[in-house]
Design a protein around this ligand. Structure first.
Ligand SMILES: [Zn+2]
Length: 247
């Protein structure tokens, strides 16, 4: 029996990121403090859920430390996100704090880390990789998911394909998942999407994100498991090399 490398997912929410890392081949421990979010957590044989404080949870013994510190202070949708989250402003310090912690941990252990956040957090991140649903072909009934997330890592990470949500081919066929989700899609045109577009309702958001178990809040705040599965597979390859070198 082979042992799976161990991943820690801080600020795990409803487990969307953790599921991707588990599918990539990790044994994942998620840390989330909010009982309401834990009540909606994904169930998977290689995802172990812990209720705890992700700002202080020990990092020892893991091969990969991942995390999604609260993004509401950095989000361009800040008012909507704060509403979806129940108004938890003032958590912005957790991103810089977590980056400091995981960089120090990686320097002393040689471990790999991946910290995720929204586009508005770019001033706090190093040189992050940007992923979007259009790179993965995430779509539902001809609507393509625009979902930009930044990933700072000390691993060498690639995007899976071209970034297409600003291309002419997808003009007017872009859909987003954010804010206070309702049961129906809503149109959203305006300056940001000159060709028009949609905000997904709950059921469509579950299909687009690949997270059929998630709550409306979990969908608005989470990332598609496809993102972390793709990154996790790259990290596993790199860990395989470094674990072999250390043996
Ligand atoms: Zn995009």
């Amino acid at each position: 029996m082979t042992t799976r490398p161990r991943a820690l997912d801080l600020f795990g929410g409803e487990g969307l990121a953790a599921l991707g890392y588990a599918r990539a081949g990790f044994d994942v421990t998620t840390v989330e403090i909010d009982p309401e979010r834990l009540a909606h957590h994904v169930t998977h044989p290689h995802v172990h859920v812990t209720q705890g404080d992700a700002t202080t949870y020990p990092l020892d013994g893991f091969d990969l430390v991942a995390g999604s510190p609260p993004c509401t202070d950095h989000s361009e949708q800040a008012p909507l996100a704060a509403q979806a989250r129940g108004g938890t402003a003032g958590t912005g310090w957790m991103l810089a704090h977590t980056l400091r912690r995981v960089r120090a941990w990686a320097d002393s252990t040689g471990g790999l880390f991946v910290i995720e956040n929204v586009e508005g957090a770019k001033p706090v991140m190093g040189s992050p990789l940007v992923l979007c649903g259009t790179m993965f072909g995430l779509a539902d009934e001809g609507w393509y998911l625009e979902r930009h997330r930044l990933f700072e890592s000390n691993a060498a990470l690639m995007a899976p394909g071209p970034h297409r949500c600003r291309t002419r081919a997808l003009r007017g066929r872009i859909i987003g998942v954010y804010g206070d989700l309702t049961s129906n899609d809503r149109s959203c045109g305006g300056r940001r999407r000159p060709g028009g577009g949609l905000r997904a309702g709950v059921e469509r958001a579950r299909r687009l994100m690949g997270a059929p178990w998630a709550s409306p809040r979990g969908l608005a705040l989470g990332i598609p498991p496809a993102y972390t599965q793709y990154l996790g597979e790259q990290i596993l390859t790199q860990l395989g090399g470094s674990l072999a070198a250390a043996a």
